[in-house]
Design a protein around this ligand. Sequence first.
Ligand code: 5AD
Ligand code: SF4
Length: 440
Amino acid sequence: MSAPKKLFIKTYGCQMNVYDSERMAEALGGEGYVETKSPDDADMILLNTCHIREKAAEKVYSELGRFKGLKAEKPDLKIGVAGCVAQAEGQEIMRRQPLVDLVVGPQSYHRLPEMEAKAREGEKVLDTDFPEEDKFEKLKNRPKAKRGPTAFLTVQEGCDKFCAFCVVPYTRGAEVSRPVDRILREAQDLVERGVREITLLGQNVNAYHGAGANGDMTLAQLIWELDKVDGLERIRFTTSHPNDMQDDLIEAHGTCAKLMPYLHLPVQAGSDKILKRMNRAHTAESYLRLIERIRAARPDILISGDFIVGFPEETEADFQATLDLVEEVKYGTAYSFKYSTRPGTPAAERPQVDPKEADDRLQRLQALLTKQQREVQDSMVGRDVTVLFEKAGRFPGQMVGKSDYLHAVHVADCDRAIGDLARVRILSSGANSLAGALID
Ligand code: 5AD
Ligand code: SF4
């Protein structure tokens, strides 16, 4: 038998890309590839790219340029670009960077084995179609390897919302939900391989409407199906849109014990004028009322969000409205960004805010969000939480896991194994994590 070929995948961006990279590794695993942590000994390098940040494409080109020496030494090395930059730039990548053998869009990963074979024969291959078939279903050849206690599972992809700043509807395409039976099969398989917690992924995950036995199911109905899977202990989902937060999902947060008390619900801005220009189709007030209803169902839920500052034509008063909204919600964690133009999106054409002003606003917003995050984390001290242990800590006998609220928790003198759940009393709150002790 010949030595296995080595695959190096570098993943940028969101959790969906992390999930996709795993699937690509499994697909190429069927072709005799094993993963390597270093590009230097790879037979194939894949960059799984993200297009959401500024100059994403430029960063990919410069990263590719760095492989020039490697390819000169090893002419058989194949280099591929996957993900959202691949989708957005397609042919342009092949034209600009002759080192690239293969360009594959996010909807075509199941075709990687054939693409790899063609690339081996010296062909340049590009596939950025949006095919009808379920790419994950086609990604068979899955080795039944044991896995860590947490996993992502993509249930929905794409977006029809067209927020004025965002490339996702263009790079990931229209909203598509995977059928319930396939998701359940995949969840069962993950549990058999050691997974205890599954995070359901989708760009607009709460818009989920996959085919079930008796017609389409909502995300809440899917969660109740997953609730029946023995051995699966925790369910999370991300990312949600406020307008798709349906009653049954809010209710599930109060009644489904496996559904964790954590919700990532981006609002982006607090000014109705800006929200309208962002094409968000909700107001600050409707978002606040929604948060109230969610907290009525599950009072201890930790709310997380995304914000953009310096969106075109944002005034100081508009920005102040964002700060006011943040004060009212009290976020447990949040991601905030300075607006940056994406060519082809509507906001790119509008009058831009002075970058210095935007920097200043970002700093002020981040200071407030960091303070809130700290307060929420500190408020855990003295409370009892359930921790799912994910790895050994730095010190002998120490284990590290995540609480129900997704806080990292360190436990000393811990006789539990990776994958165990235990009740833990929180004793102190550090820079980015909590420390606690086993209760029983
Ligand atoms: N500029 C700044 N932030 C952006 N995001 C998406 N597009 C842009 C952009 N053009 C942010 C949004 C989104 C998160 C994933 O990235 O806040 O929720
Ligand atoms: Fe982008 Fe999210 Fe808006 Fe869809 S809902 S366009 S993914 S920011």
